[in-house]
Design a protein around this ligand. Structure first.
Ligand code: ADA
Length: 560
């Protein structure tokens, strides 16, 4: 499955990922050997490659002809792509899509080679040894599309209310891949409403953005209780003949900050969330759609209404599910815990800003995304770090002024970037990394924020709080790493956060146990981050009952 809805009625597309791929390691003891695999695939799931850090090649033979577009949804984490031996694309970072357009392909069988490299090098400022795993391989689907001389590359829909009515500003980007100027018509439909651009001219090898507005008399808003989605269709016609199209989805909803509140359609938003890594012992980061859907059912059952995509943009199919389920999403660019020295890597700013560009362009229409985040626990306590935060938060605002921006900080009482964010967010671990009493610790931090920190008067979120537990480890002593301790700690932590009237909510760290890179390790039992409320196989720990009770109780309190 590519998306949970049909993206085309005219353009032909098919998923190239699936069976009948070959994997060849290009370094190490196994180089030269060939393995039959199915994709998407993280090579760490191939027997003998559990800790393989190096280069690998995935090969697929397929039939095609004419103009084709290949879209790669996620390759970990340096990618180079070759078609019939010719390089057609390169990309860094595993968590955003990239594409290649090939013109006038001869009819017949062709060979696609996807080379992935998951090594940690100076060229990689974002994928570094860390408290999560940087897997190698084809993490997300690859799609082949048959296109003509031009195709509708993207549609962005910005719903907004004006004089009591809902409107939508629509931007459609069309790419002319032929060498000659094209004269064409463009139709954009939302329900019965239609915009028509007639006899538009697009120069050869150029792209044009067409913008228009539509008004609506009667719409249903997207809310967490009633997440109504609408379909937008763009059709591209040459000589009145439809030659290409693109379909996307959006929701009529408005998210904004007012004083210390986050408002969804004018109503105060209360976050009962989890931080979620894309990780599974059988699939690595290449979770199949069914596994994502199962995670969301579990999250719902735990009383959650929100997910924070830690620490990188999410698979768009998971976002589709969040759109359909009315789950609030904080989506962030890719970074975790980078020191000032790591942020001074010559590639850091360009790589981090590129993720923002791709994340906002590719995920713009998802109504579930209500907060954009950046740079989890990076050096926001330093002047150099501040410059990076400022540039990235400014870039986010330029690309999308409709969503509030934030960053999760661990610079307790030393953060110097809070004035740059719309929402103030902190990661705290009382009862785990320090034995502070959660209520007092939170109140002390909150009071510091309100005292001319630059974050005073803004909404305040706890974006991480939690404790570790090894699944199945129970003991009368209830010491750390027992499920008993985790349950007791979470109860005190959640009660403290949800009782604090300055908090708009919480994202628990974390939903599921995840593998960490052995190069980072940091004393993690099992080379895993064991703070999941469910383990890596999604088996619930004792703390899951505590979370459900706390979230349900708070939901009732808020509703009363
Ligand atoms: C940090 C970090 C998380 C995780 C967590 C932990 O808050 O943002 O990625 O590493 O600590 O488990 O300690």
């Amino acid at each position: 499955m590519i998306r949970t809805f049909c993206q085309h009625e005219i353009r032909r597309s098919c998923e190239l990922t699936g069976s009948d791929w070959q994997f060849r390691p290009l370094s190490g003891e196994h180089s030269g050997r060939t393995f039959r695999v199915c994709t998407p695939n993280c090579w760490e799931t191939i027997p003998g490659f559990g800790s393989y850090r190096g280069e690998g090649e995935y090969i697929k033979h397929f039939d095609a002809h004419g103009n084709i577009r290949l879209e790669f949804k996620g390759i970990g984490h340096f990618a180079e792509v070759f078609l019939d031996g010719e390089k057609i694309a390169a990309h860094y970072n595993a968590y955003t899509s990239f594409d290649a357009v090939i013109r006038n392909l001869s009819a017949g069988n062709h060979t696609l080679s996807v080379r992935a490299d998951n090594r940690f090098t100076d060229q990689s400022a974002l994928h570094v040894p860390n408290d999560y795993m940087s897997y190698g391989g084809i993490l997300r689907p690859i799609v082949m599309e048959n296109i003509g001389d031009a195709f509708v590359e993207r549609i962005h829909v910005t719903p907004y209310r004006e004089r009591g009515k809902w409107n939508a500003r629509i931007e459609v980007c069309v790419r002319n891949v032929s060498g000659a100027e094209l004269s064409a018509d463009l139709e954009i439909m939302i329900g019965e409403e239609k915009l028509v651009f007639s006899h538009v001219k697009i120069p050869g090898n150029c792209q044009e953005v067409f913008t228009g507005n539509l008004s609506f008399d009667q719409v249903q808003e997207w809310t967490t209780d009633n997440p109504v989605l609408y379909t937008v269709k763009a059709r591209f016609l040459i000589d009145s003949r439809p030659v290409d199209d693109l379909i996307d989805r959006f929701g009529f909803r408005e998210i904004r900050v007012e004083g210390k509140e986050i408002l969804l359609n004018g109503k105060k938003l209360r976050i009962h969330g989890f931080c979620r890594h894309e990780d599974h012992p059988q699939f690595g980061a290449a979770l199949p759609f069914e596994a994502m859907a199962a995670d969301l059912m579990l999250l719902r059952d735990l009383g959650a209404n929100a997910v924070r995509t830690t620490h990188y943009p999410s698979d768009e199919r998971f976002l589709d599910l969040c759109d359909e389920e009315g789950i609030i999403v904080w989506e962030e660019n890719h970074a975790r815990g980078l020191s000032e020295e790591q942020m001074r890597n010559e590639h850091f700013e360009e790589q981090a800003e590129q993720v923002i560009l791709e994340m906002t362009a590719q995920h713009y229409n998802h109504p579930s995304i209500c907060i954009w985040g950046i740079l989890n626990e990076c050096a926001s306590h330093t002047e150099y770090g501040r410059e990076c935060y400022r540039k990235q938060l400014d870039l986010l605002k330029k690309l999308d002024a409709t969503r509030p921006r934030s960053f999760a900080s661990c610079m307790i009482k030393s953060d110097i970037c809070l004035d740059l964010a719309d929402i103030v967010s902190f990661n705290i671990y009382p009862l785990w990394y320090h034995d502070s009493e959660p209520g007092r610790y939170l109140a002390d931090l909150y009071d510091w924020v309100q005292d001319k920190s630059g974050g005073e008067g803004k909404p305040f979120l706890i974006t991480e709080i939690g404790a570790g537990a090894i699944y199945g480890f129970r003991a009368p002593h209830h010491d750390k790493w027992t499920e008993d301790y985790q349950a007791e700690a979470l109860e005190k932590q959640l009660n403290a956060v949800l009782a604090h009237d300055g908090c708009s909510g919480v994202f628990i760290w974390q939903f599921n146990d995840v593998r960490v890179s052995q190069e980072w390790f940091a004393g993690r039992p099992r080379t895993m981050n064991n703070k999941g409320i469910v383990d890596e196989y999604r088996r619930p720990k004792l703390a899951s009952n505590v979370v459900r009770e706390c979230f349900d109780r708070d939901a009732k309190t808020q509703a009363s």
